[in-house]
Design a protein around this ligand. Structure first.
Ligand SMILES: NCCCNCCCCCS
Ligand SMILES: [Mg+2]
Ligand SMILES: [Zn+2]
Length: 343
């Protein structure tokens, strides 16, 4: 399986994440991508390619122009105000307030985000654009005949809405790729999010559509991020009714229980017969992940990949979460190796 990777992920060098009332070193750090890349090479998964540059066209098929314009100027506007730290929102349009875009950078940060854990920094824009190019380059490999490809994206994307950043995500790489499949002629595309957290961004982007099916397995939002979306009664809206599926699990969920959910998801996907499958691949389902509460073990990721391979669909993997950096390389490449063994 080919991997697409860009060293420009290193432009995303946030040094702060608001957590527990203090600014900690971010969980979403450069060593995540470097460790995965090292394992891809060590396991000889396949060729590693640099991304082609697609520009903002495909991004704007998913994200709004005003949001993209905001992201591009956000850091410059922040430092123009003489702010001492990284760009972090401290205010949001809460219930009963006006949902309009303020002029001030603090107001715009709040309008275009849903969490304070994700800071914007000097090189964020460059890294975010490169991450989308990585996804689109891997998507093109699959659209042009590769049975599968791995987009080693950083920063991740599945929490990003059409005009919201958060959860370490800015451009929704999986959604941008699913839309690219559609724009290139695929009639039906399924996005399956196996990250520990609900793919709230991906769900919201396609929630009223019946051409892109979104499914996510995740920790109970009553207990974890993103807190305000991802419940099992969210099944789609309007034409999209029935094309969203959330499978929610409690603390301590072992692979055996999680696998039942994967089986449900795979049955739904197989019945729908999509032309392409996007896997939002987070491995924060791992037993030692610092911010999650499932109990999957490294060997389980081989079985996960095998089950996904058995769907026999053209498949794009986009890298999402996973924060135990010691184990992330083994766990990610285990999914990809298990997938290939099933083919
Ligand atoms: N105490 C940790 C809170 C982390 N909140 C954001 C989680 C984003 C996961 C991205 S996959
Ligand atoms: Mg998920
Ligand atoms: Zn996650």
């Amino acid at each position: 399986m080919k991997t697409v990777f860009s060293p420009l992920h290193n432009r995303r060098t946030a040094t702060t994440e608001l957590d527990g009332g203090i600014l900690i070193a971010p969980h979403e750090k450069p060593s995540r991508a470097e460790t995965i890349l090292g394992r891809v090479k060590q396991e000889q998964l396949g060729e590693v390619l640099p991304p082609r540059e697609y520009g903002l066209g495909p991004v704007l098929r998913v994200h709004t122009q005003d949001y993209v314009d905001f992201l591009r100027v956000s850091w410059a506007d922040w430092i123009a105000e003489g702010k001492p730290g990284e760009a972090i929102s401290a205010v949001w349009p809460g219930r009963g307030m006006r949902h309009r875009v303020p002029k001030d950078i603090d107001g715009r940060l709040g309008y275009y985000s849903f969490g304070a854990e994700t800071s914007i920094t000097e090189g964020t824009w460059d890294a975010v654009c490169a991450s989308a190019d990585v996804a689109l380059t891997a998507q093109a490999l699959v659209a042009n005949g590769e049975s599968a490809a791995f987009a080693l994206c950083r920063p991740p994307g599945h929490h990003a809405h059409a005009d919201l950043f958060g959860g370490y995500c800015f451009f929704n790489n999986a959604a941008i790729s699913a839309q690219a499949f559609r724009d290139q002629g695929a009639k039906r595309v399924a996005v399956l999010d196996v990250d520990f957290h609900h793919g709230n961004g991906t769900q919201s982007i396609f929630y009223q559509r019946d051409d892109v099916m979104t499914i996510s397995l995740h920790g109970d939002p009553d207990l974890v991020f993103p807190h305000f979306l991802g419940f099992e009664d969210e099944t789609g809206e309007g034409p999209g009714e029935g094309f969203n599926l959330n499978l929610v699990y409690p603390p301590g969920t072992p692979f055996s229980v999680w696998l039942d959910g994967l089986e449900t998801a795979c049955a739904r996907i197989a019945a729908w017969q999509p032309d392409a499958l996007v896997i939002a691949l987070g491995v924060d389902t791992f037993e030692d992940d610092p911010i999650s509460f499932f109990k999957l073990r490294s060997a389980d990721y081989l079985l996960m990949g095998e089950r996904l391979g058995k769907l026999n669909l053209p498949t794009l993997f986009t890298m999402e979460g996973g924060y135990d950096v010691d184990a992330i390389g083994v766990n990610v490449v285990n999914v990809l190796k298990g997938f290939e063994q099933a083919r």
